[in-house]
Write a protein that binds this ligand. Structure first.
Ligand SMILES: Nc1ncnc2c1ncn2[C@@H]1O[C@H](COP(=O)(O)OP(=O)(O)O)[C@@H](O)[C@H]1O
Ligand SMILES: [Mg+2]
Length: 331
């Protein structure tokens, strides 16, 4: 890492999707904090429904979290609105989604040029830069193809070129290889790896696939809307969901496994009364409970929603009978 400049910081993010349906509100994020530095590649790994897309949208300013704050390039994004927010976003981040989201009526080169033109750059220089990027990604011959004429892998290359054209400091990618076959998916990942090495672009890659996570230096494991563990390269993600370790990363962030969090009474503010080397005691500050959870107490669901398995006294996170991850429900 050539610099320790912070590019992204999230502080205690909560997000609740309000709903009138009978199953009520969905708490998609439950107090997430994270920091990313310039040029870093970080993966967020978690099963479907764990809150990955919600997190990415909050981090990239596409959605305002219910509580908590996001700083992008040192600026408090959650305080900005309207054109200030759009400007900060345009200057700093680009998104890549699972389906490439290309504009169907524009050819590849115009799709790539579009963010620059949107920023007020003239069409000719924008197209020139777009073509150079497409060439770089091995797409020179398809530069005038329409999206529907391109294969999934080619479309994703166009989407990557489009993401790169504004020279973002950070690329937020939501399951970027999710719609691709394994071979094309590996090609796209190799591209990411190369861009990450050569351009020092920071990547935050959201995925349920650990092969995809393997090119990142760090991965954060998301379960039921919070990080349950953090791992460096070479750690087998599959080994960690049962881990009882409390991990403190180098930014000082502590990740608790969800059942431990449950045992201590859920998220909140804690006071450290005793601190010594290697030992720390903390106690909940009662009057300072986090606002969005003060009325809602969540516990591990007593039954598996998929196969109706009864968990009984067990605190397992995964259903032993069908493998579904165990949700939290309102007490
Ligand atoms: N627009 C929405 N309205 C209501 N609930 C939503 C909405 N989007 C996502 N959710 C719920 O929030 C939780 C997290 O979803 P999401 O962030 O899409 O997870 P992931 O990307 O990990 O699959 C899920 O329980 C999902 O059903
Ligand atoms: Mg998703």
């Amino acid at each position: 890492m050539d610099s320790e400049q912070e590019i992204l910081r999230a502080n205690s993010l909560y997000h609740i999707y309000e709903s009138n349906a009978e199953d009520g509100n969905v708490v998609a994020l439950r107090g997430l904090s994270m920091t990313m530095y310039e040029g870093e590649a970080v993966a967020v790994v978690g099963p479907s429904g764990s809150g990955k897309s919600t997190l990415l949208k909050c981090l990239g300013g596409l959605m305002k979290p219910s509580a908590g704050s996001v700083e992008l390039g040192g600026k408090r994004m959650t305080r900005l609105t309207g054109s200030d927010l759009v400007k900060l976003r345009q200057e700093t981040v680009s998104f890549i989604f699972q389906d490439s989201n290309l504009l169907p009526h524009l050819n590849a080169i115009d799709n790539v040029a579009q963010p620059l033109i949107h920023q007020g750059v003239l069409a000719r220089p924008a197209r020139k830069k777009a073509l150079a990027l497409l060439e770089r990604l091995g797409m020179a011959e398809r530069a005038y193809g329409m999206p529907e004429e391109l294969s999934g892998g080619e479309q994703q290359r166009v989407a990557i070129s489009r993401a790169l054209i504004t020279d973002p400091k950070l690329i937020l990618a939501d399951e970027p290889t999710g719609a691709l076959d394994p071979i094309t998916s590996r090609e796209v990942l190799d591209l990411f790896r190369q861009l990450h090495k050569e351009e020092d672009v920071a990547f935050l890659l959201v995925t349920h696939n650990r092969e995809v996570a393997s090119f990142c230096e760090r991965s954060l494991e998301l379960r039921e809307g919070r990080f349950i563990a953090q791992h460096g390269t070479d750690v087998d993600i599959g080994d960690l969901s049962d881990s009882r370790e409390l991990i403190v990363d180098d930014s000082g962030t502590v990740s608790l496994p969800p059942d431990i969090l449950l045992k201590i009474g859920g998220p909140g503010r804690f006071e450290m009364k005793e601190i010594e080397r290697d030992v720390m005691n903390f106690e909940r500050v009662d009057e300072e409970k986090v606002e969005v959870t003060s009325e809602n107490k969540f516990v591990l669901s007593p039954t598996c929603p998929a196969c109706k398995h009864e968990y009984g006294e067990s605190e397992e996170q995964q259903c032993p009978s069908c493998g579904s991850s165990r949700p939290m429900v309102q007490a």
